[in-house]
Design a protein around this ligand. Structure first.
Ligand code: ZN
Length: 240
């Protein structure tokens, strides 16, 4: 099976549609979403609708949680918080209910998905180094786990010790464990503005990263028109 696995859409509809079209062109039949469907950009409702229509496995991200919480709480930086407040005002009650009901982690086929970490998924910690990855590996029961949250593609492999591997092509070997982040659809932060996602070909034991261009100017215009912080439009262009 060919799974298209994507994360951190962050209400960027143009990027989401470009990724889904690219994945369909590459013969993906299954989709998996690693959370943060909303927050930062200007199309939260539309992105929730598109992801819901995929009827695919989805886990909850911290922005999904913040935007759908019954009692608003403030644990973001100022710009993210402004975007969350805007998002809360622009989501329908049924969208929020759907976001609230998402699981923190789940199993799909023969792999696991989680937004942040496997050791304490509800605390939304960031996995940026081997030590962070080692903590998650302790709780990883499947060969492969996909995660998001950092918006930076990184692949960790446990084979006795934990180390990092190239992200473009990952050959899955049965004796090893893999903790894989393929970056963000809607707000990449690895210096590359193009939307990121990956395809996991389970028959050929191969995970491949893809980058997809989308109509950046249209997204930036929507951010401005929505009255969202200008920095959110600027950062998209530089992938930070
Ligand atoms: Zn995110």
């Amino acid at each position: 099976m060919r799974f298209a696995i994507f994360s951190d859409v962050h209400a960027n509809l143009e990027a989401l549609e470009a990724v889904l079209a690219d994945a369909r062109n590459r013969k993906c039949t299954r989709f998996v979403c690693l959370g943060d469907v909303v927050g930062y950009n200007a199309n939260p409702r539309e992105c929730v609708e598109v992801v819901r229509e995929l009827d695919c496995p989805v886990v909850k991200g911290n922005h999904d949680e913040a935007a759908s919480r019954l009692t608003p709480a403030c644990d973001f930086n100022e710009i993210a918080e402004r975007a969350i407040a805007w998002t809360r005002d622009h989501l329908a009650d049924q969208d929020k209910e759907w976001l609230r009901g998402l699981p923190l982690q789940t199993r799909v086929h023969d792999f696991t998905i989680v937004h942040a970490t496997l050791d304490t998924p509800e605390q939304w910690g960031y996995v940026f180094n081997n030590l962070d990855a080692a903590a998650s590996f302790t709780y990883q029961r499947t060969n492969v786990c996909f995660f998001g949250h950092t918006h930076v593609p990184m692949v960790f492999v446990r084979d006795g010790s934990v180390r990092r591997e190239r992200v473009e092509h990952v050959r899955i070997e049965p004796a090893k464990k893999y903790f894989i982040n393929m970056g963000s659809v809607g707000q990449p932060r690895d210096g590359n503005w193009r939307a990121a996602y990956c395809i996991y070909d389970t028959e050929n034991n191969l995970v491949q990263q893809f980058r997809v261009k989308y109509d950046l100017a249209a997204v930036q215009k929507k951010i401005a028109e929505a009255g969202l912080p200008r920095l959110l439009a600027e950062r998209l262009a530089i992938g930070r």
